[in-house]
Design a protein around this ligand. Structure first.
Ligand code: ADP
Ligand code: ZN
Length: 720
């Protein structure tokens, strides 16, 4: 028996299948998709069995050393999927498989993670004579079928031991999973007619993909759960993708309240042991509904009934680094095709790409235009910070201070967002809010401290930093940002009698803190929740009637063509946290750009108008969804050499591509990182059959050049 093995080295030079002989004693356990260890050069490394065959074209084959894990970790669907992802992203096949497999599974070998066991008792042979104490135990076990050792607290240990010795009780060890979603009573909500219509469209429809466009609080999550329930009753499985930050305890709780231990939730707050347990429950088919961030799309489920992608617009579904730079949405569509199951993408602010496809009929559009129970969307007030100079207290405008006070007087709660996207990497005027933009590409110029210049990361256009603002003439240019801690201090001074809690990267890094803050805020142990983007999604607090955005502008200034779209969706999402229950909600947005369409249209809650405006800009500037983008990153230690090579790459692209627009090479926004310099070449194209062949050729050409690293990113989520 011969096996073709893909070895676990993610180097392009060895990204191919090597043949090995199988020793007789291992033949019975060999299956496609298992891990084996093999000799490779002078090393022993692991690899996946990709094929089993009788003969090889090569003679003098080495033998595999051992089987690492008898379980198939990559079934035939996932093996194929890896190949497809490799073809689409031009990554190495091995890197695709490594991305698909949870790290927790590998960790087993290092045995830092152990399997936990519980001891149970079951009835054995109970013929014979027993005393009263012993009979008591026997009857208890008889009644329950099996009893957990931990539950036998009041009984006599010696009686128990005697029963075991006599064989009347059998001791059984069962794996104990560290996570438990079991649930006493299932809670199901009666759906509204609008919600029912969406559910029916999916379960009775025959489209491949659906876009559920529903305003915040319209009940999208309930729609997902109803669809999942329908497939669960047919014994089919489901995948639910959510952005990492909306994998809040609240979201997991809602799913577990409905589905109990049918769910497995995979997120970064789990310990390695918990993750390991969750994955085993999935492998064994015990968990039928997998909820997780991006990589959960690879969950080894069989017989998938539906794939749900919540907050479809989130850029977290695209992996930027490391390779493979895949899109979980694209993978979902591929798996959907394989399993003949629908893919449902939901959002209050769909990505332009998704809405454009829905309007073309590629995705079926479903809508939930209203909040549940006819509740109004919150009233949004825009505060022009240009007019507040001299009147604000720190970062707080008089309007925001008054609104918070009123809210506190009514004993209601407030969420404040400090927008940290695009923080401090651009130059703006503190006086008028002016920011520098590239004349060619209309994106914000990025500040480079070392050279005191501003640069465009698409075309390379550069300018020296001015000392006066070209707009208002004040010497107020600055590249400084604010942190949540600073805002918290200001808040404490402004509202000394109220309790404030901060939720950001620092305060949630300790395990369980995220949950605790949410629980405490829900129980009204705090009046004001101040946080970064974490507070914008997935939270449902009925007593919150005011949402304040301290600074709407930072994310507008990210040097990326999606900055308006991302700002609109961030503001609309966070606004959606206000007034979700009986009480009316209000939102205050502080901005230096009150006339920017992204901000004005959040006030009107008008996604569709935003979509139309933004589409015009995208068409004019040849951005997605009108053009596809592909970023080629060229990195290495020697800038001069790199630039020469980058220009060679550009010329060979120019020679081979006729309809593709080629921009750059320009400096990447993080131009130097760990002494590695990075240049970008950005491609804009509609359809170019020569693209993949020439990119493959370039990768092939540089794979043995240790001075130049070429990375390719199709549909990059950010083009920095
Ligand atoms: P979305 O996901 O669109 O933001 P949710 O599914 O979180 O909306 O629903 C918003 C709120 O309305 C939640 O508190 C939810 O429990 C409640 N809700 C949703 N659907 C119903 C329904 N059919 N009946 C009663 N309450 C509902
Ligand atoms: Zn430019």
């Amino acid at each position: 028996m011969i096996v073709g093995v893909l070895v676990e080295i993610t180097n392009r030079n060895v990204d191919k299948i090597f043949d090995y002989k199988v020793p007789k004693n291992l033949e019975n356990d060999i299956k496609v998709g298992i891990r084996v260890s093999v000799p490779f050069g002078r090393m022993t490394i692991e690899g996946f069995v990709m094929e089993i065959k009788e003969s090889s074209e090569l003679s003098d084959l080495k033998e595999i050393i051992d089987i690492v894990d008898k379980d198939v970790v990559l079934n035939s669907e996932l093996l194929e999927l890896g190949k497809t992802i490799k073809d689409k992203t031009l990554a190495t096949l091995m890197s695709c498989y490594q991305t698909m497999l949870p790290k927790a599974l590998k960790a087993k070998k290092n045995s830092t993670i152990n399997i936990k066991y519980d001891t149970y008792y079951m009835l054995g042979n109970t013929s014979g004579k027993f005393n009263n104490k012993q009979l008591e135990i026997i009857n208890l076990v008889k009644e329950k079928g099996e009893v957990l050792r931990k539950d036998l607290i009041d009984i006599s240990l010696s009686s128990l031991n005697t029963l075991i010795k006599k064989g009347a009780l059998l001791e059984v060890k069962k794996e104990h999973y560290r996570v438990d979603y079991s649930n006493e009573e299932i809670t199901v909500k009666e759906l509204t007619p609008d919600q029912k219509a969406c559910v029916n469209a999916v379960i009775n429809g025959n489209d491949d993909a659906y876009l559920l466009y529903g305003v915040t609080g319209s009940g999208k999550t309930e729609v997902y759960m109803e669809i999942i329930d329908y497939y669960l009753k047919q014994n089919k499985t489901s995948i639910v993708l959510v952005p990492e930050i909306s994998l809040t305890p609240q979201m997991v709780k809602r799913f577990s309240e409905r589905f109990g231990n049918n769910i497995a939730a995979i997120h970064s707050a789990l310990s390695e042991g918990e993750k390991y347990d969750e994955w085993r429950r999935i492998y064994r088919g015990e968990a039928k509904i997998v909820i997780g961030a991006r990589s959960a799309i690879f969950a080894p489920l069989e017989n998938i009934g539906v794939i749900i992608i919540d907050e479809e617009h989130s850029d977290s579904y695209k992996q930027s680094d490391p390779s493979p730079r895949y899109s979980a949405k694209e993978v979902a569509l591929i798996r959907g095709k394989t399993h003949h199951c629908p893919v449902v993408m939901g959002s209050a602010t769909p990505s332009l790409e998704a809405m454009a496809r829905a309007k073309k009929g590629v995705f079926k559009l479903l809508e939930l235009p209203n909040r549940i129970n006819g509740r109004e969307l919150p009233k949004v007030e825009i505060v022009d910070m240009n007019k507040c100079l001299g009147k604000s207290k720190g970062y707080f405008s008089p309007d925001l201070i008054t609104s918070i006070s009123n809210c506190m007087n009514r004993n209601e709660q407030v969420i404040l967002l400090l927008n940290r996207r695009g923080y401090a990497s651009f130059v703006s005027c503190k006086n008028c809010g002016f920011t520098f933009k590239c004349p060619n590409c209309d994106i914000t110029l990025t500040y480079h401290k070392s050279s005191n210049t501003m640069r465009c990361h698409y075309c390379g256009h550069g300018e020296k930093v001015f000392d006066k603002c070209p707009e208002c003439g004040e010497k107020a240019l600055s590249n400084l940002g604010v942190g949540t801690q600073k805002i918290e201090e200001e808040l404490n001074k402004l509202f000394p009698n109220n309790k404030i809690v901060r939720m950001d990267f620092d305060t949630t890094s300790k395990k369980g803190m995220h949950e605790k803050i949410i629980e405490d805020f829900k129980n009204h142990n705090y009046d004001i929740l101040l946080g970064t983007q974490m507070v914008s999604k997935g939270l449902d607090f009925p007593n919150v009637t005011l949402v304040g955005v301290i600074n709407a502008d930072t994310s507008l200034n990210i040097p990326d063509f999606r900055s308006s779209e991302n700002t609109f969706s961030l503001l609309d999402q966070v606004a959606g946290r206000s007034g979700r229950s009986e009480k009316e909600g209000k939102v205050i947005i502080q901005t230096f750009n009150p006339d920017h369409y992204a901000i004005k249209l959040v006030k009107k809650h008008d996604y569709l108008e935003f979509y139309n405006e933004e589409m015009q800009i995208r068409r004019k500037l040849k951005y997605p969804p009108f053009y596809y983008l592909c970023n080629i990153r060229i990195s290495g230690k020697d800038t001069n050499y790199l630039l020469v090579e980058a220009n060679k790459i550009k010329r060979s692209l120019e020679r081979n591509l006729s309809s593709t627009i080629i921009l750059g090479p320009s400096n990447s926004s993080i131009f130097k990182m760990n002494n590695i310099y990075r240049f970008n070449i950005l491609l804009k194209y509609k359809k170019d059959d020569s693209l993949y062949p020439i990119l493959n050729k370039i990768l092939e050409h540089y794979k043995t050049n240790s001075k130049v690293k070429v990375d390719i990113d199709f549909n990059p989520s950010q083009t920095l």
